[in-house]
Design a protein around this ligand. Structure first.
Ligand code: LRH
Length: 472
């Protein structure tokens, strides 16, 4: 095996980063070069992203990466799913909307009036989320005049290279990709009045998209090639879940969201899967990410954000969680997926209202409320694991929990206790690792025909997971 270094751009809903990944004989290392905040911005027409700032951070991060490691062989980009920007005459046309903006909701009725949800699900296998791209597209009057509609990682790749592509794993979150064949559903797009500009040529992870060009190339100081990775962050994270036997393991990719499911060879777009709101998203190497979105650490981060605004001072999350772990007695629970908790705003008050409505006692102190939030997320995780096992017919023996949530020992232990299964926690940077490994494979550094199993063994060696046993 040979090796080298690549750059991974990983954009999450609350923060983004540029990392250098070094892959060699038995080594797999990450170095963070830039970390920058991200989040919803309230504008005159709704909730959007500050993509202009994000892109600037990406270019500056790549510049710093090349300065530190001039031998970087390529760049891979991943981000949260579903959101897109429109481009016209080579330029971004306004800031992309945030998926928590209400406009998706307006699109739902329009889409379901033309194509009933059961038919939609049979075609795209996608769980219902009111912000799935197709619901956003049908409300977007600018779409017909744009040269292209590009999902966030494809948009970054376009600005860096000038190439117009749609990476397949993320394209599967639009609702416009056929679940059976993995190609654009042109007939569905036509029925919904969605123009061809929304369906750029599809590429698979590992494809070379093109070299940096123009101002980006000048600023970064190198004509690095951009290589497609699992550009949906969850697809990259699943690559780096150190599962030994995917047939008996569930995974939870836990950041802002908790994506809970199993990896399958074939989709399961059954009635039962539709009723349980399970999704069949495209994974790397043709795998299916059969999973359910649970509202994850969003509940906790929005709660902490509210308290910080009240205090005018930052709150140390580890201290809050340590106090929460000491809370005794019965812990009241609420439905973590309650749609009233999905918009930004005063989360402690909304959680209290949801608890009170169901007749539960509302914890008085902050530690108590934090404990209730963590346990409610863990309960939703455990329920989703059980449903994944039932729907896929699998006998699951372990849960891998990766991403930021793997640092939250209280959450990992509660998930083990509530599911009755051991939880293997880590790696925390699964998404960036999946991004790096798919590039490394494209360069031939992992050996001839390296499989997902090879990549996962690499991760397990470099980042051994921490085990949480369920308490009796
Ligand atoms: C996680 C994620 C998830 C999507 C959501 C919009 O970051 O990509 O898989 O459902 O963001």
């Amino acid at each position: 095996m040979t090796g080298g270094a690549v750059a991974a751009v990983d954009l999450g809903a609350t923060s983004g980063r540029v990392m250098i990944g070094r892959v060699g004989n038995g080594t797999l290392e990450l170095e963070t070069v830039a970390r920058f905040p991200n989040g919803p911005v309230e504008g005159p027409v709704g909730l959007h992203w500050d993509f202009t700032a994000l892109y600037r951070h990406v270019v500056e991060g790549l510049r710093e990466a090349v300065r530190r490691e001039p031998g970087i062989a390529s760049v891979g980009i991943d981000s949260w799913a579903v959101d897109y920007g429109l481009v016209s005459a080579g330029e971004l046309w306004g800031e992309p909307f945030h998926y928590r903006d209400e406009r998706g909701l307006r699109g739902v009725e329009r889409v379901h009036n033309s194509v009933p949800f059961a038919e939609l699900y049979a075609r795209n296998g996608l769980q219902f989320l009111p912000f799935n791209t197709l619901y956003q597209y049908v409300t977007d009057t600018r779409l017909v005049d744009a040269d292209a509609a590009l999902l966030i990682p494809d948009l970054v790749a376009f600005l860096l290279t000038g190439a117009v592509v749609a990476e397949r794993t993320n394209a599967s979150t639009t609702g416009l990709l056929r679940v059976d064949s993995g190609v654009w559903d042109e007939e569905l797009a036509e029925r919904l009045g969605i123009p061809a500009s929304a369906l750029p040529p599809l590429v698979d992870p590992g494809t070379r998209i093109g070299p940096l060009h123009g101002a980006a190339r000048e600023r970064v100081g190198a004509a690095l090639p951009v290589v497609a990775v699992g550009s949906h962050d969850t697809a990259s994270a699943v690559v780096a879940v150190p599962m030994v036997d995917p047939a008996t393991a569930a995974y939870i990719s836990c950041g802002t969201w908790g994506l809970v499911g199993v990896e399958l060879e074939e989709p399961v777009p059954s009635d039962a899967a539709r009723e349980a709101n399970f999704t069949n998203e495209a994974g790397v190497d043709g795998r299916v990410r059969f999973l359910h979105n649970v509202t994850g650490l969003w509940l906790l981060s929005e709660t902490v954000r509210t308290w910080e605004a009240e205090d005018g001072a930052p709150i140390a999350l580890p201290d809050l969680l340590a106090e929460a772990a000491l809370v005794t007695g019965e812990i009241p629970l609420f439905d973590a997926n309650d749609p009233r908790l999905s918009a930004p705003g005063d989360m402690p008050a909304r959680v209290a209202a949801v608890l009170a409505e169901s007749g539960s006692v509302v914890p008085l102190g902050r530690a108590g409320l934090a404990r209730t939030i963590v346990e409610s997320i863990a309960q939703a995780f455990a329920d989703a694991v059980r449903t994944a096992a039932r729907l896929s017919g699998r006998d699951l023996g372990t849960i891998h929990l990766v991403g930021g949530g793997s640092l939250n020992g209280l959450l990992c232990q509660a998930t083990a206790d509530r599911s009755g299964l051991p939880v293997l926690a880590g790696p925390v940077e699964a998404t960036a690792l999946g991004n790096v490994l798919v590039q490394a494979r494209a360069h031939g550094w992992l050996g001839e025909g390296a499989s997902l199993a090879t990549m996962r063994a690499h991760v397990a060696r470099a980042f051994p997971p921490v085990r949480f046993e369920p308490l009796d």
